[in-house]
Design a protein around this ligand. Structure first.
Ligand SMILES: Cc1cc2nc3c(=O)[nH]c(=O)nc-3n(C[C@H](O)[C@H](O)[C@H](O)COP(=O)(O)OP(=O)(O)OC[C@H]3O[C@@H](n4cnc5c(N)ncnc54)[C@H](O)[C@@H]3O)c2cc1C
Length: 328
């Protein structure tokens, strides 16, 4: 007999938005269950190992603007899961701090999830309204019945999930969600036989050509051996997304040659982020979809709401938790 879980709040997605919301809800005394289809925690904070090499292949760093978030970053530094990476690099004198996860970006997600119930490798296949409750069918055959629900997947995936339960959204909210757009990113993780030619601090952002970003995971302190992450530009990634991934990866490696110096690539893997960063975001920090409807409390959060970056996703999670707490 498959398990049926009962919880106050079901959160779909253990990325920054989901985990940040979960923390606030748990603090406020709610019983929370988080499910994520990914094997690891963190969503687009992603790390990978290839032999002795380690890579951050999703988000590379975070910036901190708002007071509460700055305070949380200070706590993470204190806890040893974050540190300042750099303030500027050659050609980019901009001096505000960029912080990294220690040892990798996913360390922050793991830290956020301490004392939390997260079902990993578990996809919410469908959701439906059952009277004044939400019911989610998970891909392991289990079900979750929840009083309130928060969905933090990229908005096109959220729309698909809402469609599984024929959940009708108010027209104004639907229009806002339909406007949100994302750009893709093809990410290459390449193991090298020697150090790159990238200058300290080991990061380069490019405005033109197929590459948008390069980071030297050895200099960054992520990898024990030379290893470079290469992000394709939005244009290159969109053009190559449905084509042969290894071939696209090789083209990015070829374009990266000037930054690799004499180092040769010994092995590489490629990951495609279909929804890498939002290019059109909603004006509100989250969306209480159930507002002025007969639906049980349902909120949407993620970087498409409070801004297309690490801090935005956290802020959105916090905002959604607050909105859900205000519902009955
Ligand atoms: C290549 C790349 C580089 C980036 N670089 C930076 C950077 O340097 N600095 C910066 O600030 N930001 C950067 N970002 C953006 C940053 O990573 C995101 O803004 C942030 O991580 C988004 O968090 P989120 O919680 O909104 O979404 P996500 O991290 O996408 O979390 C959503 C989660 O929902 C899960 N999920 C989806 N559907 C289901 C389902 N049906 N059932 C169960 N689980 C589900 C997913 O597995 C995922 O874990 C980058 C992103 C990418 C991809």
């Amino acid at each position: 007999m498959p398990l049926s879980h009962r919880t106050d709040v079901l959160i779909i997605g253990a990325g920054l938005a989901g985990l940040s919301a979960a923390n606030d809800l748990i603090q406020a005394g709610y019983n929370v269950l988080v499910v994520d289809k990914g094997r690891g925690l963190g969503g687009r904070l992603a790390g990978r190992r290839i032999g002795e090499a380690t890579f951050d292949h999703g988000a590379q760093f975070m910036t901190a603007r708002e007071a509460r978030f700055k305070g949380v970053v200070a706590e993470w530094i204190q806890a040893g899961v974050a540190e300042e990476w750099y303030r500027s690099y050659p050609g980019q004198p901009n001096s505000h701090p960029r912080y990294r996860g220690v040892p990798t970006m996913t360390a922050i997600a793991k830290h956020l999830a301490i004392d939390m119930t997260v079902m990993r490798g578990t996809k919410a296949d469908s959701i439906s309204q059952q009277g004044n409750r939400w019911m989610a069918m998970l891909d392991n055959g289990e079900t979750v019945v929840a009083k309130k629900m928060l969905i933090t997947s990229p908005v096109p995936q959220t729309m698909d999930l809402l469609a599984t339960g024929n959940i009708v959204l108010p027209a104004d909210k639907l229009a806002r969600l339909s406007r949100i757009q994302y750009e893709p990113c093809i990410a290459v993780m390449a193991v090298l036989d020697g150090p790159t030619a990238i200058e300290a601090p080991g990061a380069i952002s490019l405005e033109k050509g197929p590459i948008s970003w390069l980071s030297d995971n050895l200099q960054k302190g992520v990898s024990k051996i030379p290893a470079v992450t290469i992000h394709g530009s939005a244009e290159f990634s969109a053009h190559q997304f449905e084509r042969d991934r290894m071939e696209a990866g090789q083209r990015l490696i070829d374009a990266a040659t000037p930054f690799l110096g004499t180092a040769k690539v010994t092995e590489y893997q490629v990951h495609g982020w279909r929804y890498s960063k939002p290019t059109v975001v909603d004006e509100a920090p989250c969306m209480l979809v159930s507002e002025a409807t007969d639906l049980p409390p349902l909120a949407l959060a993620g970087d498409a709401f409070a801004g297309p970056r690490f801090e935005g996703a956290v802020q959105s999670g916090w905002a959604a938790a607050k909105r859900l707490m205000s519902t009955h």
